[in-house]
Structures are given as C-alpha cells and as structure tokens.
Design a protein around this ligand. Sequence first.
Ligand code: FCB
Length: 463
Amino acid sequence: MTSSPSIVPVVLAGTRFPDRFLWGAATSAYQIEGSPLADGAGASIWHRFAHTPGRVHNGDTGDIACDHYRRAADDVALMREMGLAAYRLSIAWGRILPDGRGRVNRPGLAFYERLVDLLLASNIQPVITLYHWDLPAALEDHGGWLNPDSAAWFADYADVVVRALDDRVHLWVTLNEPWVVADGGYVRGVLAPGHTSLAEAARVAHHLLRAHAAAVDAYRASGRHQIGLVVNLEPQTPASLDERDRAAADRADAYFNRQYLDPVFLGVYPEALRTVYGDAWPHAAMEEAATIRRPIDFLGVNYYSRSVVRADPAAFPTGAGRVRQPHSAYTDMDWEVYPAGLTDILRWVRDRYGPIPLYVTENGAAFPDPPTVDGALLEDPQRVAYFRSHLQAAHAAIAAGVDLRGYFAWSLLDNFEWNYGYAKRFGIVHVDHATQRRTPKASARFYADVIRSNGESIGRDVG
Ligand code: FCB
C-alpha cells in the first residue's frame, strides 16, 4: 500500500490498509463501568447530573452501565475473540483522585493497572483518554472548567496517571471532544454540568485548551511515548451558493472545528469566533491562544456526520441552521449518514494543519436493534453498511496521502449514551442491560473479518 494516489489508483489498491494499521474499538469510563463510587472513588459531574431528575432520558444513570468495572476480564476476552489490536478507554479522574486533586486513591489506580495488564496479556494495545467528560464533582464545587486553575488540576492528575502507566501505555489522549464539553455542557445544558451560558462556554472552551496544553507539558516531563488530542470534526457545507449560506457555514466551521484546532496547531483563534460569541467572547483568550500551541504526536478525529447549513438567525449561537437532506439515510441520533465527509475532513486536517499522524478515534452509528434470540448472532445490517462505507472512506483518505494510522469503532458495547441514557445503541456487541448478557452483532463479525484481512474483506458480503 502506498500513500501516493498518483502512483496507485484507488481502484487497483483495493481496501487493504497499511501494515501495522491499528484496528480498535472505543468506550469511555462513565458510559460502561458502573460502580461509580466503588473502592473509594469520588463522584463525578455525570453521577450528579444523571441523578438529577429530568436530566437523562428515562431517569437512566451510569450506576450499573455495562458493569464493566466488575466484568473487565470478560470484556477483554471478548475483544481478544474479535481480534482487536487496540482498545481506547478513558480513566475516571475521580477514581484516581476522589477530590479531584491531592490524595491519590490507590485502589482506583489499581483497577486501571489490572485492565491494562489484561489487555497487554491479550496483545491488545491500550489507548488512554484522560478526560472523557466525567470531571470530579469536588472540582465542580470550585467552579469546574470555569476556574482558570482547572488547567493545573488536570495536569497534576495526568501526571499521576502517566507515572503509573506510561511503562505499559504508549498512546495517550488528553481530552475527548472539547467542543461537546463546552457546547453540550454550557450552551445547551443537555450534558453535565447542564449550564446555559454562552459566555461561560467561551471561557470553558479556552480553559479546556489550556488544560490540554498543560497536560502535554506534564507528559513531556514524565512520559516517554505519544500524546495527542481527540476532537469531533464535522464538515459544515453551505446549503447553497448564496453568500449568506456560505458565511453561515464558515461561522459554524469556526465554532465547531477550527475553534479547537487553530489554537493547538497555529496558536490563534479564528476571527469568526468574535461574530459567533459577540460580547460573550473573552478578548484575553485571543492573546493567550499562542500559549496553547505546542507539538502533539497525533490527532484523534471522531467522525459521525456532516452538517449542511443555511443562514438562520434563529440558530444559536452560529446563525447556521441544519438543512435535512431528503435523499440521505439518518441514524437513530438523527445524524445524516455521509461517509464522504470522513475522507473530506481527514484531508482538510492534513491540508490545513500539515502532515500530523491521524487516528479515527471514534466512528459508528446508533440504530435500533432487533431483539436478541438466545445464543444467536444479532443482525444489524444498517450498522454493517455504516462501517463498510466509512472504512472505505477512511481508506480513500489514505490513498489520497493522509497519514492515517488507525481506526476505532464506537462502540465496543451498547452503553450509557449520555442524556439519551440506554435508549441509543452504538455497540457492535449487544448488551442486555437487565442481565448484562453480551451478544455480538453482525457488525462485530464484519469488523473482525476486516481486522483479520487488514481491510481486504470490506467490500465482501458478511457471510
Ligand atoms: C461522541 C462521544 C462518545 C459517544 C459518541 C456517540 O461524541 O465521544 O462518548 O457519546 O459520541
């Protein structure tokens, strides 16, 4: 496999991926672990949020989730059967530091040490995300991400974890999807901590990026391997050639995509953010953007969908409203299925920010599944089709010269989908939340074939 499209046309190259391409699946702590307060752990903002009536669909919480905290060994065995080469997990900050800072809770750390050892014993490379949205509640009581000290809190926590695990973990992620933290948690209020203030969101976004930078510095001092950031990216396509729609798409792109990557790679914030945030924009952030920029070893891209947008003054805060595509399929999240967007966004990252190694750190789809029949494989043809088309799109990016090093399916297990509770199923393995029984879906078998053939089987029917 060559990375030069001019030498090997895509059609001849098939869909074989580069040797050593990292095939994985992803989860996050609060979404699967359960036992949130076990062994001395401190509560997180998600524990609080889910226990606040009316916040999560059906009153669901992560108290049990997939009971992974107690079933980790079985879940690793499942991953081994599938042939996964890597597993992206996140660490619950409050298990390590119950108060968010200060005292280290050894049993919490021991849980992740055991998990990492189990993975390595199965030849599965652990990829660790340090923050997947579950801030210790004790820190929220001090303002959480609104407090400028949050960057230092995060770096201190990162240092504790890195010192314990860097001998065995070679790929580290600082934050998962800072845009979702700021937009969902502080603009729309649908995610923890449930605030609705554009001015707060702007400050939180900036503090998250400062925290990312501080954790990278901490890693350079004590870690020996690689650290990067994970962002969710979504192409923002204007619905027409009309200048107003194009300007709306540019604002949406600045808000959704460039707000997080421009400071990290270029040391500046996009000017368009002043229009999006208006008076809510903290002007000091513009000057501080330069302090966020520092080399990272890779970028993780979470890709689910694109947005086609038109100018719509009622669409807050960007003035860019989504336009439904009548000829497209939509997932159970009401996200358009648009595989070409994955190729486009990976190429865009390379073109705008340079040849940084990339991973697709999440990609997948929620669809309602048919009921499980004892022992039988569960058929999920829409999810199989989603993975097939997006893997082809990832391959097309490689054929176009993008340095894509790995792909992680979201998600290994049906899990707690935040404010949707257990109502949305993203797993390639079905979880019966009443019995905790795991049943692989056809998409798990499809993915196992892809891994075994290093991509060659992508175009074949699932047999
Ligand atoms: C991403 C999150 C992940 C999951 C998927 C569906 O935004 O990182 O935890 O919720 O979406």
